[in-house]
Design a binder for this molecule. Structure first.
Ligand code: FAD
Length: 491
């Protein structure tokens, strides 16, 4: 035909969505081509997202933990940070994982094509080869013919239009580059990404301000949890500006001068402030508008999202989309699960396997985690959402000040909170609808609450599940017993 390469499945973008789809499809026997503009596989998550941020956050958490130790009777010398070495550590972590992906692609005989892909027809993608660190076009291009396609082109950070182009203004990618530690840093946007990066920089010595348009940090998380986080983290901040928006910024020799306006009645915006570094973390925008998707007949919304059904299928029967590009929540674990669904549906349809072809994304809930110190993790309904939806809930709140393990760790500020259906039809045996935790390792434990929701567990199921003692995870069983009204007082 007219193509340089032909395949059963073309996957556009090698982030967690793209590589997971490519690998699953290859395992199911399809001939797969994976197109990625960067040299390294792994997308945002592995290269400039989940993984490098966690490498730095782990270091910050240990540095912070050590500070507590004086009161436990152990003193360490003040930490000395070699920022170049720390950066190298982070790069090694990323390199190990992206290198692993390249090996796995090879093992599965997935053909990786480097370059910028754009659709030129319903069954064709043109790839302009990119080289070097800055993705320069080499001038070479090839056309890939595909029977089916999965679009996994992800998202990128939103830039505020009035922000000056200046090295002191960064997005999460710039912040993760870890060039230097500023004295005064503004976090623009009080969401997970901004607060995670703020944690790293403040532990390394920066003073923080944060500005958030809404009236609370970490929108989406239960307020009882955020309250605990904010109390513990207050010392990092000079100023937490809620209900406030950023309306202008200019670069001066002294720093970036940022001006604010009230976004809410009763809030007085502060006078302009000057910062050594401004981190824009005001959200991410999907890459849907940059793919010439119309050439393939694929619908893209005005905001750049690609609508799909529960099988991840776009309006074009043989083209699917997954991950950040299809919508919120923009999280790696969501992308991976969607990837498996799309790959299975495609393999099922190409191979006449009805069971595979009927795969669908049916998750009831998707957990969120802020890997800050303490961590905040939540899944399903929050108390505010239950109230807004008129759902009567029974709550079980277990403060970690009653957890033997948390006390032994010297970190008993945490809280575990579970919400159960308390509507009359539930007859006192309502299923769990949501839950969250604030505290050390909260992110590692939230999966149990997600499982409980998926399985339709009630408070008795969770409370009677024997949790090991003494663990932080025990607090989930305890919270369920509190909700059920049969709290044992095992510390
Ligand atoms: P992406 O990872 O965005 O990958 C898309 C890929 O497609 C990219 O590699 C891109 O180069 C490529 N591409 C795009 N267009 C083209 C084209 N035309 N041609 C060729 N290639 C193209 N999520 C979590 O679950 N946990 C976390 O802890 C977490 N931390 C984060 C921290 C930060 C700082 C950031 C920014 C994000 C974080 N996320 C986290 C979100 C997570 O990174 C994303 O949800 C995830 O990467 C989305 O995967 P994806 O496959 O949809 O797309």
């Amino acid at each position: 035909g007219t193509a340089d390469i032909d395949c059963d499945l073309l996957v556009l973008g090698a982030g967690p969505g793209g590589y997971s789809a490519a690998f699953r499809a290859a395992d199911l026997g399809l001939k797969v081509v994976l197109v990625e503009r960067y040299a390294a596989l792994g997308g945002v998550c592995l290269n400039v997202g989940c993984i490098p941020s966690k490498a730095l956050l782990h270091v910050a958490a240990v540095m912070d933990e050590v500070k507590h130790f004086e009161s436990l009777g152990v003193t360490f010398a003040a930490p000395v940070v070699d920022i170049n070495k720390l950066r190298t550590h982070k790069e090694k972590v990323v390199g190990k994982l992206t290198g692993g992906l390249a090996a796995m692609a090879k093992m599965r005989k997935v053909t990786v094509v480097r370059g910028l892909g754009q659709f030129v027809g319903e069954h064709h993608l043109q790839v302009e080869e990119t080289t070097g660190e800055h993705q320069e076009k080499s001038g070479k291009s090839q056309t890939i013919g595909f029977k089916t396609c999965i679009i996994a082109a992800g998202s990128q950070a939103v830039r505020l239009p009035f922000m000056p182009k200046d090295p002191r203004v960064v997005d999460s990618t710039g912040a993760l580059a870890l060039e230097a530690v500023p004295k005064r840093m503004l976090i623009l946007g009080g969401g997970i990404i901004g607060l995670e990066m703020g944690t790293v920089y403040s532990t390394l010595g920066a003073r923080l301000d944060v500005v958030e348009m809404m009236d609370g940090l970490m929108q989406g998380a239960d307020r009882d949890l955020v309250k605990v986080w904010q109390k513990m983290n207050a010392p990092r901040f000079d100023n937490i500006m809620l209900g406030t928006k950023t309306v202008g910024a200019k670069a001066t020799p002294e720093g970036i001068e940022v001006s604010f306006e009230s976004a809410k009645d009763g809030v007085t915006a502060p006078a302009p402030q000057t910062y050594d570094m401004v981190l824009q973390a005001v959200g991410r925008t999907p890459n849907g508008a940059k793919l010439a998707a119309d050439k393939a007949g694929v619908t893209v919304t005005d905001r750049g999202f690609i609508p799909v059904d529960i099988q991840m299928r776009t309006n074009v029967k043989h083209i699917f989309a997954i991950g950040d590009i299809i919508g919120q929540p923009m999280l790696a674990h969501k992308a991976v699960h969607e990837a498996h669904v799309a790959a299975e549906v495609i393999a099922g349809e190409l191979q006449g396997n009805k069971e595979l072809a009927s795969a669908a994304f049916n998750a009831r809930v998707i957990p969120s985690v802020a890997y800050t110190d303490p961590e905040v993790a939540w899944v399903g309904l929050t108390e505010d959402q239950a109230k807004a939806q008129g759902i009567k809930v029974k709550k079980g709140l277990f403060p970690w000040s009653a957890s033997g393990r948390a006390i032994a760790n010297g970190r008993d500020e945490g809280v575990t909170k579970l919400l159960f259906d308390d509507s009359p039809e539930a007859h006192g045996h309502g299923k769990i609808l949501g839950g969250g935790m604030v505290g050390t390792h909260a992110g590692d434990m939230i999966g149990e609450i997600a499982l409980a929701i998926e399985m339709g567990a009630d408070a008795v199921d969770i409370g009677k599940t024997v949790h090991p003692h003494p663990t932080l995870g025990e607090s989930i069983g305890m919270a369920a017993e509190v909700a059920h009204g049969s709290c044992t007082d095992l510390p």
